[in-house]
Design a protein around this ligand. Structure first.
Ligand SMILES: [Zn+2]
Length: 276
């Protein structure tokens, strides 16, 4: 397992990228932060969510600023409404710009083999999972809150990459971005019970129980377990090791803000030429 994402600051916009993915030269990776946008408090300043009470023009400007800094065409972004399930979209060029539609389709994961098509999931504590097939040149990104973690959304994305692109899990690169950590993710009994149903005894290692009847759970570790179970070697997995709730001045955290917050995006785009 590799540890740590790279922090980039370009034109005042701060975003993270995945070193092992960047090293292939095949893709652009970007996990946005709160830093570098034009939105006002309490959404200051990089809010990428249209449903957060922000002015639409602010959000569009934020996308453009992020795209210019990270190196993707913001207006082509493919993103969906997220519903904490494990449905996967196989995105093509005709889906470009879905992030800006008033009514988006519902998916919690998206994969593509189309170059120059940025695909994204939205986050504010929930776990982002990046996927790259450097052999068949395909990429994916998934969103997993606790329900998506129990539903093994990243495994659904990997399975779809196998079917659609012939991906071999043992050759995939994966990365788990900033999300709420075990330190801050306190739950009632429903969450550990869902994890034990999904992972069996293997879940125990990532759950602690407390005298007050509450639990703490590591969603990043459980998603790493899903990636390993799907066949991705440990050496191919990178963990950001950052808690969005602890660092809520830098990342948007739903829990830390009580829900009055902006939205971040996990974005991946394949480089290369578009087929004619
Ligand atoms: Zn924390």
């Amino acid at each position: 397992m590799n540890h740590g994402f790279l922090k980039n600051n370009i034109n005042g916009v701060t975003f993270l990228s995945v070193p092992s993915f960047d090293a292939t030269g095949l893709c652009m990776t970007c996990f946005s932060t709160r830093i570098g946008g034009v939105s006002s408090p309490p959404l200051g300043s990089m809010n990428l969510g249209f449903g957060r009470g922000d002015a639409r023009e602010n959000v569009v400007t934020n996308y453009r600023r992020l795209g210019d800094a990270a190196g993707f065409d913001a207006m082509s972004l493919v993103a969906f409404s997220q519903v904490h399930k494990n449905d996967v979209c196989v995105a093509a060029a005709s889906d470009a710009g879905e992030a800006f539609l008033p009514e988006k389709r519902k998916f919690d994961a998206v994969i593509t083999d189309t170059p120059k098509l940025p695909i994204a999931t939205y986050h504010a504590d929930c776990v982002p999972i990046f996927l790259l097939d450097p052999i068949n040149r395909a990429a994916g990104v998934a969103h997993a809150g606790w329900r998506g973690t129990a539903a093994k959304t990243p495994a659904a994305a990997i399975e779809r990459m196998q079917k659609s692109f012939g991906s071999d899990p043992s050759k995939l690169l994966a990365a788990i971005g900033p999300s709420i950590g075990m330190c801050c993710f306190e739950t009632d009994g429903d969450v550990p019970s869902a994890m034990k149903d999904a992972f069996g005894d293997a879940a125990e290692e990532f759950i602690t129980s407390h005298a007050n009847g509450k639990f703490h759970i590591s969603l990043p570790s459980l998603n790493a377990l899903t990636l390993r179970d799907a066949g991705i070697p440990d050496a191919n997995i990178t963990l950001a090791d950052e808690c969005t709730c602890c660092k809520n001045d830098f990342y948007w955290s739903h829990r830390a803000t009580g829900g009055v917050r902006g939205t971040m995006a996990a974005i991946i785009m394949l480089k290369g030429e578009t087929a004619e």
